[in-house]
Ligand binder design. Structure first.
Ligand SMILES: C[S@@+](CC[C@H](N)C(=O)[O-])C[C@H]1O[C@@H](n2cnc3c(N)ncnc32)[C@H](O)[C@@H]1O
Length: 365
C-alpha cells in the first residue's frame, strides 16, 4: 500500500490522513460493534481495547472535517457507554513508526485530554507476546483491532489472544495488497508467517476469482487454527469505484451472539449486505455467500428456538433486528433443516415445500 500523505491541519500540531470511503466504513463497523461489545462485556468488568496498529490518529475528508482513528473512536465510544456506570475501558495502542506514534499522541491529547492511553512505540508482533501485556488481556475482556497496512503480521502471534473470557479479534486482511505481492520470491517467508503455513503457494496458479476464494478460505482456516475461535467471519470491502476487493475485515469470536451482532452492525451500514460494494452498492440484489452460512444460521436457530414451536413470521420478528440474517437465508436454512429432519413444519400459509407467514416450525431439543 502506498504511504499515505501527511496533511497539515491549520492551528494544530498534528497532521491527518485523507479519509477514504473504505476507511469510513471500517470505522463505522468498528464503532458500532465496539459499542455493543463494551455495553455487554463492560456491564460487570473493566474492558480493554487493544489497537495493534494505531496509525496517525486522525483523518480529513474533502470538506476539511476531521474524524478520529480507531483508538480514539473506541475510547470515545466506551466513555459514552460507561458514563452511567462504574466500569472503565482502557486502551493499549501500538504504533511502530515514530512519526505516526508522536502524531497519534498529540491527537489523543487534543481529542481526549483526560484519558489514559497506554502508548507503545513498538512492533505489535513483539508487544502481544510480552508477559506483562499478556497479563492485561487475560485479565480483562479485550477487543483486539489488527489493522496493518499490508501483511506485516505473524499469525502465530495471535495464538493466545482469544483464550480469555470475552476476547475478540477484528483483523484487516489486506487482500488486494497481498495478492499484488504474493508472487515476489523475496516475500516468501513473510507470507508464510502471515498465513502460518505454506499452503498459500497453491493459490499461485489459480485464476483471479479462484485465488481470492482460496486465500480467504485459507486465512479463515488459519485464524481458527491459531486462535481456536469458534466463529470467524469475513466481510468483503471493495474499492469505492472499482469492481475489485480492497480488503476483508475478519471477525473472530467464541460467541455466536458476537458473530450475529457483528453481521447486524455490518449489514446496517451496508444496505443489509454483509459486503461493501462501493458505488455499486445498489446494483446487486444479494445473496450469494458460500455454503457455510447455512450451517451458521442453523446453529443460531437451533440454539435460540430449542424445543419451541413458532411461526415463520415470529422467527423473523424475533431476530431480524438483532442479526444480519435475511429472510431468504432463513428460508433456505429452514428448508435444509426440514430435509435433514432437524425441524418439523406444519404448513398453514404455504403449500408443499414453501415456508412463510403462519407456518409453524417445531425445533427439537
Ligand atoms: C492502516 S494504519 C492503522 C490505522 C488505524 N488503525 C485507524 O483505524 O485509524 C496501519 C498502521 O500500522 C503501523 N504498523 C505497521 N506495522 C506495524 C507493526 N508491526 N506494529 C505496529 N504498528 C505497525 C503503520 O505504521 C500504520 O501507521
Amino acid at each position: 500500500m502506498s504511504k499515505p500523505e501527511n496533511i497539515s491541519i491549520k492551528n494544530q500540531n498534528f497532521f491527518a490522513w485523507r479519509y477514504e470511503e473504505q476507511t469510513k466504513i471500517k470505522h463505522l463497523v468498528l464503532k458500532n460493534y465496539f459499542k455493543v461489545w463494551v455495553s455487554k462485556l463492560g456491564s460487570k468488568n473493566n474492558t480493554l481495547f487493544f489497537d495493534c496498529h494505531g496509525g496517525c490518529g486522525v483523518y480529513i475528508d474533502n470538506k476539511e472535517n476531521l474524524s478520529f482513528g480507531s483508538s480514539i473512536l473506541a475510547e470515545q465510544t466506551a466513555q459514552a457507554v460507561n458514563s452511567k456506570r462504574e466500569s472503565k475501558n482502557a486502551v493499549i495502542v501500538c504504533e511502530v513508526k515514530k512519526e505516526y506514534f508522536n502524531n497519534l499522541k498529540e491527537v489523543v491529547k487534543f481529542a481526549l485530554p483526560e484519558s489514559k492511553f497506554n502508548f507503545i512505540n513498538e512492533d505489535f508482533n513483539k508487544v502481544v507476546i510480552n508477559t506483562k501485556i499478556n497479563s492485561w488481556y487475560t485479565k480483562y475482556p479485550t477487543l483486539f483491532f489488527v489493522d496493518p497496512f499490508g501483511f506485516d503480521l505473524k499469525i502465530a502471534n495471535l495464538k493466545n489472544l482469544l483464550n480469555s473470557f470475552g476476547n475478540e479479534l477484528i483483523i484487516n486482511y489486506m487482500y488486494d495488497y497481498i495478492n499484488r505481492f504474493i508472487e515476489l520470491p523475496d516475500l516468501e517467508n513473510t507470507i508464510s508467517d502471515y498465513y502460518g503455513c505454506t499452503t498459500w503457494k497453491n493459490a499461485l496458479n489459480l485464476s483471479r476469482k479462484e485465488r481470492e476464494e482460496f486465500l480467504v478460505k485459507l486465512y479463515k482456516t488459519q485464524i481458527k487454527e491459531y486462535t481456536k475461535a469458534r466463529y470467524v467471519f469475513a466481510y468483503r470491502l471493495c474499492y469505492p469505484d472499482k469492481d475489485r476487493t480492497y480488503y476483508y475485515l475478519f471477525h473472530a469470536t467464541n460467541k455466536i451472539e458476537g458473530i450475529s451482532i457483528m453481521k447486524s452492525c455490518f449489514a446496517n451500514i451496508n444496505n443489509g449486505r454483509i459486503e461493501y460494494l462501493g458505488k455499486r452498492s445498489d446494483e446487486y440484489t444479494f445473496f450469494d455467500l458460500d455454503p457455510f452460512i447455512v450451517g451458521e444460521v442453523e446453529s443460531f436457530l437451533l440454539n435460540k428456538f430449542k424445543s419451541i414451536s413458532i411461526s415463520f413470521d415470529e422467527i423473523i420478528e424475533a431476530i431480524i433486528e438483532d442479526t444480519a440474517y435475511l429472510e431468504p437465508q432463513l428460508r433456505q436454512t429452514i428448508r435444509s433443516m426440514e430435509k435433514t429432519q432437524k425441524i418439523k413444519i406444519d404448513r398453514v400459509d404455504s403449500k408443499n415445500y414453501g415456508i412463510k407467514g403462519k407456518d409453524i416450525i417445531t425445533f427439537g431439543s
